[in-house]
Design a protein around this ligand. Structure first.
Ligand SMILES: NC(=O)c1ccc[n+]([C@@H]2O[C@H](COP(=O)([O-])OP(=O)(O)OC[C@H]3O[C@@H](n4cnc5c(N)ncnc54)[C@H](OP(=O)(O)O)[C@@H]3O)[C@@H](O)[C@H]2O)c1
Length: 257
């Protein structure tokens, strides 16, 4: 049985993608626009939002920072003023930086934790009152397969994504009975500006457009967790189930760390 309502017809569905100016969020916004959804996109960089979505006159471009709740609130107010409500918010904003435990950077770690976790939390709390008032809604949190288990050189990012996975599970358990669907999106490696600076090998990498297709397929199934590409995420899920001795051996072997 599907854990969330299946979304197959996107026509006139009101969707807000926070972190939608580039990469996975932007590609998903474009797929949703093509499917007939009403789409609003937010990110800090107003110019990037304009450049990417200017040709979609119907797409609302609403600059916002997930760490500045006033900007999220004013964006949501603009959406509700235009469309009368909000059906789905996708919290996609995220940041990444490789970090080794032997040389931690507390300031950079805090920025990663805050953007990835607190930012998503802020999107949820911003939308909640609106969904209560309209009698339901849906939230999707973009976490990562990096949250399944500890990984080398992933000191701050992995922890932020593990926390998001836990948050999504808690939210589903609490909100389903209030008519608010919660979806967890766990990508593997996707070719975006976020991964462009990585110097290590990224197995099973897919394009942002392929990621967007996977996301839409997941919503059509009514899945709680949408993870992709399966050949990578399923393998990592299995590794995460192993006892630690075996798990650490596998991770070291595969990453060469
Ligand atoms: N690419 C991958 O391999 C991969 C794998 C697993 C999970 N993910 C997750 O997928 C999500 C999207 O990543 P991506 O790969 O598509 O990266 P991306 O192209 O760098 O996109 C990140 C988006 O978030 C926005 N953003 C960053 N900080 C923000 C803030 N404080 N407030 C509002 N918006 C903010 C960025 O715009 P501004 O900088 O203009 O604000 C941009 O629109 C992230 O949560 C990432 O962790 C990515």
């Amino acid at each position: 049985m599907a854990l969330n309502p299946k979304i197959r017809d996107w026509r006139d569905r009101r969707v807000w993608i926070v972190g939608g100016s580039t990469g996975i969020g932007a590609a998903t916004a474009e797929r949703l626009l093509a499917a007939g959804a009403r789409v609003a996109v937010s990110a800090r960089g107003a110019e990037t939002l304009e450049a990417r979505f200017a040709r979609h006159a119907e797409c609302l471009r609403l600059p916002a920072n997930v760490l500045d709740t006033a900007t999220l609130e004013s964006s949501l107010a603009a959406i509700v003023a235009r469309w009368g409500g909000l059906d789905l918010a996708i919290a996609c904003a995220g940041t990444y930086g490789e970090m080794r435990a032997i040389a931690p950077d507390a300031k950079a770690a805090r920025e990663i934790w805050r953007t990835n976790f607190e930012g998503a939390f802020n999107v949820y709390t911003t939308c909640l009152a609106q969904w209560k008032a309209q009698g339901g809604g849906a939230l999707a949190l973009v976490s990562s397969a990096a949250g399944y288990t500890g990984l080398p050189n992933s000191l701050a990012y992995g922890a932020s994504k593990a926390a998001l996975i836990n948050l999504a599970e808690s939210l589903w358990l609490d909100l389903a009975r209030h008519g608010i669907a919660v979806t967890l999106i766990n990508p593997g490696f996707v070719d975006t500006p976020l991964t462009a600076r990585n110097r290590f090998r990224m197995p099973a990498m897919i394009s942002a457009e392929q990621a967007a297709d996977e996301i839409l397929r997941g919503f059509a199934r009514g899945a709680f967790e949408i993870h992709f590409p399966g050949r990578f995420t399923r393998g990592l899920k299995c590794v995460a189930l192993l006892p630690h001795r075996l798990r650490f051996w596998c991770i070291r072997r595969f990453t060469g760390a």
